[in-house]
Design a protein around this ligand. Sequence first.
Ligand code: FEO
Ligand code: CA
Ligand code: CA
Ligand code: CA
Length: 639
Amino acid sequence: MKDIDPTTVSADEWDELNFPRPTEQEFDRVVERAISRRGFLGGMLAFGSGAAVMGTGLLNSTSARAQQANRFAFKPIPIATDNTVHVPEGYSWDVLIRWGDPLFAEAEGDFTHETGGSVAMSDKVFGENTDGMELFVIGGRQVIAVNHEYTNNKINLPQTADGMPASADDVRKLQNLQGVAVMEVRETENGWEVVKDGPFNRRITHNTPMRIAGPAAGHDLMKTVADPTGTESLGTFNNCGAGKTPWGTYLTCEENFNGYFGATGDMPADEKVAAGYQRYGIGAEGRYGYEKFDARFDVSQSPNEPHRAGWIVETDPSDASSTPVKRTALGRFKHENAACVLAPDGRAVVYMGDDERGEFLYKWVSRDVYVPGGDTSTLLDEGTLYVAKFNEDQTGTWLALTPEATGMSAAEIAIFTRTAASKVGATTMDRPEWVAVNPTAIEAYCCLTNNSRRGTMNDDGSIRTNAGGDAMTVNAVNPRETNRYGQIVRWRPAGENHASSIFEWDLYVMAGNPSVHTEGLNAGSANVNTGNMFNSPDGMVMDSTGLLWIQTDGDDSNEGDFAGQGNNQMLVGDPVTGEIQRFLTGPYGSEVTGLCWSADRRTMFVGIQHPDAPFPDGEGKLPRSSIIAIKRDENALLG
Ligand code: FEO
Ligand code: CA
Ligand code: CA
Ligand code: CA
């Protein structure tokens, strides 16, 4: 491990330091970049009616627009730099649940600020780093399924000096605090609460039995000593964003799974395995120290175990004893979320981002159609995976990842999806985070959070690439060098059909800082101003009225390029006018991530992840990732 603290560095920085990406010799890229930029601005200004007007030349139109009535029911709030949550006048918030709070009565009173809770109860409590979530109504009860992405070891293991586990028990505690929680919630006279011992309550951890389905199931690369069939694995990892299917299941998405693996002996020599490790960032030094105490995570002993992570996992929240299923047809990469929608003919379409610098945006289309009430047990197993190619003229193509197109078998396409996508010439993206589908128009959105390496050169003058050698040249959809602020791309499929393989696109917003950069692309697009600015859009959900809720995971230093942007926040955007207003600010150091609504849409549940402040318990207490419940005065509708 190089000179960084693995317990506090971000997954993105950790990968960059440990697995610096190779280079590509391309000396004509400067010229190409200039063409791209002209194409971007020209294209945006010409984009059709209804789209947000883009281009920094139109920045001044924003203030005039803001004076007109808009669809937002609240007065926007200023930035904050303090240690708590703020919402607009007329709204209030309360904590629903925090890391360490019991889901089962037997864990009541287990959490203390000295211990961070016991090992024995660590899979009976709400886990760490709350992230994507969905609410289900099951037999009249409201049930939230929510991800626990990763751990903050120094906080979760307060007795250790450096946050690195010192025993198998420490490892087990970390493993138990991650995964998924399913919990019943109800609203009482005193506000919302989790129903302890609710019949649907369960914790899914790094050790929960899973079934492997789809094209990779049973392949040699999926077999281990403990599972010679390659069809049964343990655990789901780094559960980031989420999704919900029309048939009522929960999709949890495995993102930075690579960090859980390390080696106590030699790294695997097999060429295919080694090439996969290189592309996905699996090295000898694990981020969490699991490999020292749990042989399953030691790739010198279990070289195929990492192939069993990096998937989308389908779980039935209505049956706490059901076995979650890894749906390998949807590909293996650093999955952000899974936005599932039906094509007009009933086929399921799942949009998915791969969150790493220069990786890709994907779509999967089922072979079979969804029939309400019909059997859905194999619906996510047969279909076609596609990767996005964005053209400079604002058209795009979904390129099918088939054996014919890639020269790879269906199982290899599933296991080494990134390699397959590189072969067909997908567009390198600025870290695709959540995709949101508009329920009121046939269009979808993806947050491209930032990319500090976009368009940058190595010392020898070659352009930076992703781990597959694909150049991160500036292009129309990722138009900025050293992209600090991020953007949101939107696409409309041809024929108003999400299963179509062609689309048109534009940028809904290009975040920026107009107070620091008065001109140029870093000022942001026309719908960004000094009153609503932000950086690094990440979580994103469309509400039932077609408003776009945007959550940030960015630089909250409030200095330099980020001066005046404050803590991470949640904003809401109008897709039609392009207007954006700030609705919520999080406590210092936190990321705002995860959003769902109560069944009556009069409560909004929002995730506050890894505060670096004594939130919500106050001074001298451990910071605790929490879900908050937001209400509006008069119990009014919230989206
Ligand atoms: Fe877990 Fe890309 O955020
Ligand atoms: Ca995220
Ligand atoms: Ca992020
Ligand atoms: Ca995060």
